[in-house]
Design a protein around this ligand. Structure first.
Ligand code: ZN
Length: 178
């Protein structure tokens, strides 16, 4: 299933205590209370979901009720993904990444690690892999909020959701599709 993934701009960030992000998202209404499964924690969407995730099309084919999916569709759910180290999550195939400075195509080799750097062949600027333009198709983080069932560019997080995440984490948040 395609997903919208959100993560803190600081790839090292993770919740100070394990339940704090879940509690904040429950209070906000992104996820329903008491619907968690085992790791990875998976939740039903909460009552405010459609106020927190903005669908861009005029008639989004979004399914929220897991008991009432249309044929061939799966209901949206939310997963909280936590990793002990910074993890690279990407769309398949990987996005055509670009230098954030000059927009030239970048070709970082090998497994993508957040502490690696890349020197642009076009403009010569050296930047961390996390600072390349991944075209909203990949990200580095220890903690991701995955909203399952959203196709690329079908929906975006609302300002209210992003502001809440900023308040929880003390830094801005990014999002991508995978
Ligand atoms: Zn460049």
């Amino acid at each position: 299933m395609p997903s919208l993934l959100l993560h803190a701009a600081d790839p090292q960030w993770r919740p100070a205590c394990p339940g704090s992000l879940r509690e904040a998202l429950q209070e906000l209404g992104l996820i329903a209370a008491g619907s968690a499964s085992e790791e990875p924690a998976e939740f039903l969407v909460g009552a405010q979901f459609l106020q927190l995730v903005t669908f861009l099309g005029c008639s989004p084919h979004v399914v929220l009720d897991p008991d009432d999916p249309e044929q061939g569709q799966t209901a949206c759910c939310v997963r909280l993904l936590n990793y002990p180290e910074i993890n690279f999550v990407s769309a398949r195939p990987e996005p055509a990444v670009r230098c954030a400075n000059c927009r030239a195509p970048a070709e970082p080799s090998g497994p993508h690690r957040s502490d690696e750097s890349y020197r642009c062949e076009q403009c010569g600027k050296e930047s961390g892999l996390t600072d390349l333009d991944w075209r909203q198709g990949a990200g580095f983080a220890r903690c991701f909020i995955e909203i399952v069932g959203i196709h690329p560019h079908e929906a975006v997080p609302s300002d209210k959701l992003l502001n809440t995440l900023r308040a929880v984490s003390g830094c801005g948040w990014k999002y991508f599709y995978a």
